[in-house]
Design a protein around this ligand. Structure first.
Ligand code: CMC
Length: 431
């Protein structure tokens, strides 16, 4: 805590309270309101956490005005260009880039824990035939605690690490099985000699009756998307994982809660919603109509993939993904993907419109990611599942950080009560 203090005066009682300011390494510090209620009798009120830091963290930093994203201090652009998802996973989970020995060992651990308990697979058959893949993900990941409970003592750092590694390792196998179930193909076993993303591609697009060759272009594109989606500080799903974990809950159940939160269209579900929206717009000539609808609050329509709580500038991840879209579609010989062209035109028109300029609404990470997933052959309802695989790294990194933080307490918010005052019960005949 710094020497800086904020002085708050309650005009009612005339009481003054000195509130300490917790400084950050970069970016704004936060006023510590811990004593507010005890000293002045007020709670703080900030729905949606517009100005509330829910914790202190050393993992990821975002400067929303500048459009900057750092993982453990490293700019996302450098990691996207030079690193791999597995290396980034190590960085987020352990705090530093690994040396060769650490990287090899981590990679081996992750790649050798990809199999699922055979009994767990029976769960997939129990879901309704057209269940959304994210619904199945919530159920299957939540049930991991019923299979891997030999290392779920959350007070034990080694147990925490094992659970975190298991989650990162098994998520692609779980997700690929979700996909195979929707298309009625047999589940594929993982292959330890493949890379994290190569393995996932094979488990999704391969079949047991023939060899599958991993396309290096797809493998790299997927790896890159996963790097960009791996963490984003206290977003809704990560905050959910922390909140669930703050009671000492089982890590698999906490991550299932994170998946549920990610599913929403205002969060990770936006990548699916963007493609649905582009399909609905259908043609460049319809864009003005949809832009007008997005500006009209009565319409209930928003431009999906636009706007962000923190970024008031172009989302740096969207910039990278936009370029990858170009490269990937060109290399695939799909230079005129109508969806991509529609997206580019929509972006161009929206960015020159006063409504979007005034509100600093720019394309976010989800605006272009679905186009890449679609080019890879994935159906729209699998896009958020892909996001969940990558974000698992962020979720477990934050959960481990929280569990080892001496300042950690159960997350128990207060409320401004607006219901009726105390009153007496009336019998049925008096109502
Ligand atoms: N289309 C039209 N208007 C918008 C949009 C949009 N996509 N986003 C925000 N606005 C308007 C909003 O109506 C409000 O206008 P006014 O000031 O006149 O009332 C203003 O911009 C501020 O919006 P807000 O809802 O107060 O902003 P927020 O920080 O609470 O919400 C958001 C952020 C991401 C939920 C929102 O921008 C949104 O719904 N975007 C579409 C969904 C989306 O793309 N989500 C993915 C987010 S990035 C990836 C991730 O987190 O997983």
């Amino acid at each position: 805590m710094s020497e800086k203090k904020l002085i708050l005066k309650d005009p009612g009682s005339g009481k003054e309270l000195e509130l300490p300011v917790k400084e950050s390494t970069i970016g704004p510090g936060a006023v510590d309101l811990g004593k507010l209620y005890r000293k002045l009798g007020y709670f703080s009120y900030d729905p949606g956490f517009l100005a509330t830091a829910s914790c202190a963290s050393r993992i990821t930093y975002i400067d929303g005005e500048a459009g900057t994203l750092l993982y453990r201090g490293y700019p996302i652009e450098q990691l996207a260009e030079k690193s791999t998802f597995i290396e980034v996973a190590y960085l987020l989970m352990y705090g530093e880039l690994p040396d060769q020995e650490q990287l090899t060992s981590f990679q081996n651990i992750i790649l050798h824990h990809t199999m699922l308990n055979e009994n767990l697979k029976k769960f997939y058959g129990g879901f309704y035939h057209d269940a959304h893949p994210m619904a199945v993900m919530v159920g299957v990941v939540g049930s991991l605690s019923a299979f891997y409970h030999d290392s779920t003592d959350v007070e034990n750092p080694r147990h925490r690490e094992i659970s975190a590694q298991r989650l990162v390792a098994k998520m692609p196998t779980i997700a690929a099985a979700v996909y195979k179930r929707t298309i009625g193909e047999p589940f594929m076993y993982p292959r330890n000699e493949l890379s994290y993303c190569g393995n996932l591609l094979r488990m999704m697009f391969g079949v047991p009756c023939e060899e599958y060759e991993v396309d290096p272009l797809m493998e790299r594109a997927l790896d890159l998307l996963f790097i960009l989606h791996a963490d984003h500080e206290q977003n809704a799903s990560t905050a959910t994982v922390r909140q669930a974990g703050s009671s000492g809950a089982d890590p698999f159940a906490c991550v299932a809660a994170g998946i549920a939160s990610l599913w929403g269209p205002a969060h990770g579900g936006a990548n699916e919603a963007v493609l649905d929206m582009l399909a609905e717009i259908g043609d460049v000539k319809n864009i003005p109509k949809y832009i007008e609808m997005a500006k009209d609050k009565e319409s209930g329509f928003r431009l999906m993939g636009f706007g962000h709580r923190v970024y008031k500038n172009y989302d740096p991840r969207a910039k990278i993904i936009r370029d990858v879209c170009h490269q990937l579609l060109n290399k695939m010989g799909n230079t005129h993907d109508p969806m991509f062209e529609l997206a580019l035109r929509l972006e161009e028109i929206a960015l020159s419109d006063e409504y979007f300029i005034e509100r600093k609404l720019y394309p976010n990470v989800d605006f272009y990611s679905g186009i890449i997933y679609r080019a890879m052959g994935l159906p729209n309802n699998m896009f958020t599942v892909m996001f969940a695989i990558a974000r698992t790294v962020g979720w477990v990194a934050h959960w481990m950080e929280m569990m080892s933080d001496p300042a950690q307490k159960i997350g128990r918010p207060r409320q401004v009560y607006l219901g009726p005052g105390k009153r007496d019960y009336t019998g049925l005949d008096q109502r």
